[in-house]
Write a protein that binds this ligand. Sequence first.
Ligand code: ATP
Ligand code: MG
Length: 141
Amino acid sequence: MIKPGAVRNKHIGHILSKIEEAGYTIAAIKTTRLTIDQAADFYSVHKDRPFFQELIEFMSSGPIVAMVLLKDNAVEDFRRLIGATDPAQAAEGTIRRLFATSKSHNAIHGSDSDENAEKESSFFFSRQEYLRKDIVGTEES
Ligand code: ATP
Ligand code: MG
């Protein structure tokens, strides 16, 4: 998910380029805006953390871009592509290093396991709305 700060700063196009250049297929994509209750539901694992209120207020502060992405080893490689939670700690060339403005406004979210990727995909999309691996096809040469 591209977070509200990166959408406001007009980084959608740059971020999608990075994702495709890294070998991902965009299987589903939409712009939407989370209500505070939806943001709280999405990040419910963090409900007892001190930054939770700030997190859900930020995540519902403007439009986001939700995506389902396909690739082998997608979850682990995507964490490497986006970089550390705090952009100051994120490696050179990572999406957070390039486009995040702070630890709380850190440009992009990535699922942290295959199981959560499935859950988060169905949070935003119905099964009919995204391409499954078997119907994506291969690249043209
Ligand atoms: P995300 O789940 O958004 O991909 P992450 O997995 O790198 O990020 P988490 O530990 O899951 O990091 O935290 C969720 C989000 O909460 C972070 O992306 C960040 O915006 C915010 N956050 C985490 N730790 C802090 C903190 N100490 N102070 C402020 N915000 C924080
Ligand atoms: Mg996380």
